[in-house]
Design a protein around this ligand. Structure first.
Ligand SMILES: C[S@@+](CC[C@H](N)C(=O)[O-])C[C@H]1O[C@@H](n2cnc3c(N)ncnc32)[C@H](O)[C@@H]1O
Length: 302
């Protein structure tokens, strides 16, 4: 367990697969899978909110590990019917398959798990939804660009999720530039297709999701807290144009007496700070409810 934690904190040796043994896989499923599930689920919820007409039937998940993106996608889109997981580790596949049999969703239970070492081209079937979560960074830097290009081929919506670190965000920015260059449209989180301007602010775009830790999870992580916050960066692109958010909240809103301060990424591609005061009535009430990662202004009454 400690070696897995260390590898995820400090980086790892690409020559030795992280999920290379049954013990490592079981440790991953207990230590990381709840968090990667929560991150992917949040990113996919953002996508679904912006693309209500997107009702995927087919899903390909690449570097799927024990299947967190498969579970997350089927929770967001019950329309899914055919799911394919591409994964290099036989131990991860065996674990993911066993777990998937317990799902209430037929698409998860009946997912096809294929043992594949992805190298530049991804032998995935055409799919409405393609995901790759927490796996791009495990590929060699030389392979990442080709893999992203290959993932985008024949996908209606492609979602990449990476750790919410400066390095994870840098990979997302590089993939975003490439995908926009291929003519795809950014669906989320950015409300624009222009260059990402957050790095000029010495910052990186990431989001946070809070998840409960059960007793086993607390024990494994040597932690006493009953929750943890998973930070993640992501990009969702589509061949189609969907109505985008007007702006996206990039930080926990700061709340002072009678004021809410929001840091936003805007549709002009700028990072802007907005202060909403109590005098603004309904707008203020909306701002009090808004959380990091939401659209601003909210699309639906909250
Ligand atoms: C950190 S895990 C993420 C698993 C899962 N997507 C999630 O979000 O929990 C990275 C996964 O990518 C897989 N992976 C890494 N390089 C790969 C490659 N070249 N081909 C196929 N799978 C790969 C690893 O075996 C591992 O299961």
């Amino acid at each position: 367990m400690q070696s897995l934690i260390q590898q995820y904190r400090e980086g790892f040796d690409r020559a030795a697969p992280v999920l290379g043994s049954e013990v490592a896989v079981a440790a991953y499923a207990a230590y990381r899978m709840p968090a990667t599930y929560a991150a992917v689920h949040t990113a996919l919820r953002h996508v679904a909110a912006l693309a209500p007409g997107f009702e995927p039937r087919t899903h390909a998940d690449v570097g799927g590990g024990t299947g967190s993106a498969v579970w997350a996608a089927s929770a967001v889109w019950p329309t899914l019917r055919e799911v394919t997981v591409l994964e290099q580790s036989p131990s991860a596949i065996a674990f993911g398959r066993r777990l998937a049999r317990r799902s209430g969703a037929a698409a998860v239970r009946e997912a096809r798990w294929q043992q594949v070492v992805v190298d530049r081209t991804v032998p995935k079937p055409p799919a409405d939804l393609v995901t790759m979560s927490y796996a791009l960074g495990e590929l060699s830097p030389a392979a990442q660009e080709d893999v992203v290009r290959s993932l985008a081929r024949d996908a209606r919506v492609l979602v990449l999720v990476e750790p919410g670190t400066p390095a994870g965000h840098a990979r997302i920015v590089a993939a975003r530039e490439l995908l926009v260059g291929l003519g795809l449209h950014v669906l989320a989180p950015c409300p624009h297709d222009s260059a990402c301007s957050i790095r000029a602010k010495q910052d990186w775009c990431h989001f946070s999701v809070r998840l409960n830790r059960g007793a086993l999870h607390r024990q494994i992580k040597d932690g006493t807290l009953s929750f943890e916050d998973e930070k993640f960066s992501y990009i969702a692109v589509s061949a189609e144009r969907w109505p985008r958010a007007e702006s996206r909240v990039l930080r926990h809103p700061q709340k002072r007496k009678g004021l809410v301060m929001l840091r936003l990424c805007t549709e002009e591609g700028e990072i802007a700070d907005l202060t909403v005061s109590k005098r603004q009535g309904e707008t203020y009430r909306d701002a009090r409810e808004i959380v990091w990662g939401d659209e601003w202004p909210p699309r639906e009454p909250r």
